[in-house]
Ligand binder design. Structure first.
Ligand SMILES: Cc1cc2nc3c(=O)[nH]c(=O)nc-3n(C[C@H](O)[C@H](O)[C@H](O)COP(=O)(O)OP(=O)(O)OC[C@H]3O[C@@H](n4cnc5c(N)ncnc54)[C@H](O)[C@@H]3O)c2cc1C
Length: 304
């Protein structure tokens, strides 16, 4: 175990973690950020049109800017996963592949992972026609027929991305009507390549070497099997809160980390921010704000 003691260790290299790191650096805290996929989920979208100060920016560019800004200060970043967190007599110990690091405070900014559909064929055809990131994998489907499973704003944006490549994009949604932001709903409605199938579930994904169709729980155009080349699953995210839970951090029924208005958890010295916390509205700007709040209060904690 390294003998140096960090003032804070931020776990998570998405926008919330970068913002926390930037402020911690400004407060001259000895800061380490551990992030296994630098940039986080925002890098899977090419259009961020609601981050104040940027009329339009790609997710990758926004994440890069936040990261660069944090690195202007004395912040260490390691591109690796935190595997364990323990309470010690004088703070916490965070274990990663490269070693175990001591710290006075922790900020969890671990975000979420894609929720799986949980149907037969999903695992079998992963990356062979089953995908979770339209921006990353959409280009493989030039002039093909694909589907987005989901009806959220992110799902609608994914459908729009896919129309840049595919000849036909179905949106299959279990609810009454897809529910993107009004501006994206209009764009979906006006796009001739997109066909929305509401009130329908995908029961199975079928294929040979690659995906060939999905089975629906009700008939559409006279058949319950829809021929397609790829299914992009966009049905939400699951919080990555197991490390926090192992430490004794309180979670809500959705497994999100419960924080107060200071970004603090039920454990002294432990803070959290971003998509992993129990807030209703999960956006880049809200995660950034929460990261900043967490860093400020971690600073106040160690200054006492
Ligand atoms: C397709 C899509 C489009 C979106 N569009 C917009 C938009 O236009 N505008 C907007 O404001 N928001 C948008 N969002 C939401 C926004 O991207 C998120 O709210 C925000 O990026 C969350 O950031 P985060 O840092 O909290 O979490 P994440 O981005 O999930 O980052 C968490 C990071 O922590 C890492 N991590 C997890 N566990 C560990 C561990 N044990 N050790 C080390 N690292 C770990 C993960 O690898 C990840 O890199 C969109 C989201 C999606 C999916």
């Amino acid at each position: 175990m390294s003998e140096e003691i960090y003032d804070t260790i931020i776990i998570g290299g998405g926008v919330s973690g970068f913002a926390a790191a930037m402020y911690a650096g400004r407060f001259e805290m000895k800061t380490l950020l551990l992030g296994d996929i630098m940039g986080g989920v925002i890098i899977t979208t090419n259009e961020v049109a609601n981050y104040p100060g940027f009329k339009m920016v790609s997710g990758m560019e926004l994440a890069d800017k936040l990261r660069e800004h944090a690195l202007e200060y004395n912040v260490e970043m390691k591109e690796e996963k935190a595997d364990g967190v323990e309470k010690t007599s004088d703070g916490f110990a965070v274990t990663a592949k490269s070693g175990t690091y001591k710290t006075k405070t922790i900020i969890f900014a671990t975000g979420t992972e894609w929720r799986k559909l949980g149907v037969s064929g999903e695992k079998e055809y992963a990356n062979k026609g089953v995908h979770y990131c339209a921006l990353c994998d959409g280009a493989f489907y030039k002039d093909k027929t694909v589907a987005i499973v989901g009806g959220s704003d992110s799902a609608a944006k994914d459908a729009l991305v896919l129309t840049e490549y595919a000849k036909k994009v179905y949106m299959i949604y279990r609810g009454e009507q897809i529910r993107p932001e009004p501006i994206n709903l209009r764009r979906v409605e006006q796009n001739e390549k997109i066909e929305v199938i509401n009130k329908t579930n995908v029961k199975e994904i079928k294929g040979e070497q690659f995906v060939t169709s999905v089975v629906l729980d009700k008939e559409y155009n006279g058949s319950s099997e829809l021929a397609l080349d790829a299914a992009f699953i966009a049905i939400g995210h699951i919080p990555l809160s197991s490390l926090a839970k192992d430490l004794g951090v309180a979670l809500n029924e959705k497994n999100e980390i419960i924080i107060d208005r200071h970004g603090m958890t039920n454990l002294e010295g432990v803070y959290a921010a971003g998509d992993v916390v129990d807030t209703d509205f999960k956006q880049a700007i809200t995660g950034v704000g929460e990261g900043v709040t967490a860093a400020y209060n971690a600073y106040n904690h160690i200054s006492k």
